[in-house]
Write a protein that binds this ligand. Structure first.
Ligand code: IPE
Ligand code: IPE
Ligand code: MG
Length: 241
């Protein structure tokens, strides 16, 4: 049992389902949007913490395709919050040498949000310390379906189609599969996040609501991950030898 991060076993890629903003706000008698606003602080902490620990890829689920079904007022608040957040965080991303990317059906985003996002992606594209991917208007099923459509379009011979080729058609093609998937707020589900990519991820659930998530919580999740035995179908004895 280790109690501190082992620098020899740092996951390359951590994916996080940032959940619980609404409940956090409601528990304080505030509107849900107040929770989203405070969720940004947790994003900042997590991005900074991950980079410090030496994580190379961090993927944050910020808005799902299903989230479009929320009340218009909340969707609008989230979209304008995104613009503000990207604006405010841009300098920090540059200073910390972090590359921003996005996955999802971004065509559906309001043009202002899209513009802001594309600008930040462009400015940070040569950064090398960590790749921060925002999943926006994202759905794992959408990504898989899209991959299938492109594969058909490219007339890939089914005889040749394997996992490696399939992966090249996903929007996550430039990112290794996440070793660790974290979900906050006590919900124990995947909610259409990286379905293909998490086939062998270690899952970590915490009751902490997203706005309260801190570097300490991230560290705790990584330590828990490092205490797991990843067997990939093999036996314990095979892993130990
Ligand atoms: C996560 O918090 C943020 C988004 C899904 C955009 P929620 O808004 O889902 O918060 P809860 O789950 O209702 O508390
Ligand atoms: C999942 O959270 C999506 C994001 C965190 C962006 P939700 O709060 O929307 O998930 P469900 O609907 O409770 O499963
Ligand atoms: Mg939620």
């Amino acid at each position: 049992m280790i109690n501190n991060i082992n620098n020899k076993n740092i996951p390359k890629h951590i994916a996080i389902i940032m959940d619980g903003n609404g409940r956090w706000a409601q528990s304080k008698g505030k509107m849900r949007a107040f929770g989203h606003k405070n969720g940004i602080k947790a994003v900042r902490e997590t991005v900074e913490g991950a980079a410090e620990i030496g994580i190379k890829f961090l993927t944050l689920y910020a808005f799902s395709v299903e989230n479009w079904k929320r009340p218009k007022k909340e969707v609008n608040a989230l979209m304008s919050l995104l613009v503000t957040a990207i604006n405010n965080e841009m300098q920090r991303l540059i200073k910390n040498n972090i590359k921003l990317t996005v996955i999802g059906e971004t065509d559906n985003l309001p043009s202002k949000t899209k513009e802001e996002l594309m600008q930040a992606i462009n400015i940070t594209k040569n950064n090398t310390r960590m790749t921060l991917t925002l999943a926006l208007s994202y759905s794992g099923k959408w990504d898989i379906l899209n991959a299938v459509k492109k594969i058909i379009n490219d007339k890939i011979d089914p005889q040749n189609l394997d996992e490696k080729i399939f992966q090249q058609y996903l929007t996550t093609k430039n990112v290794p599969y996440p070793e660790l998937l974290i979900r906050t707020s006590g919900e124990h589900r995947v909610s259409n996040f990286l379905l293909w990519e998490i086939a062998y991820s270690e899952l970590y659930f915490t009751d902490t609501l997203w706005p309260d998530f801190s570097k300490k919580d991230l560290k705790k999740a990584i330590i828990e991950y490092q205490n797991r035995e990843r067997r990939f179908g093999k036996t314990k004895e095979q892993i130990e030898n």
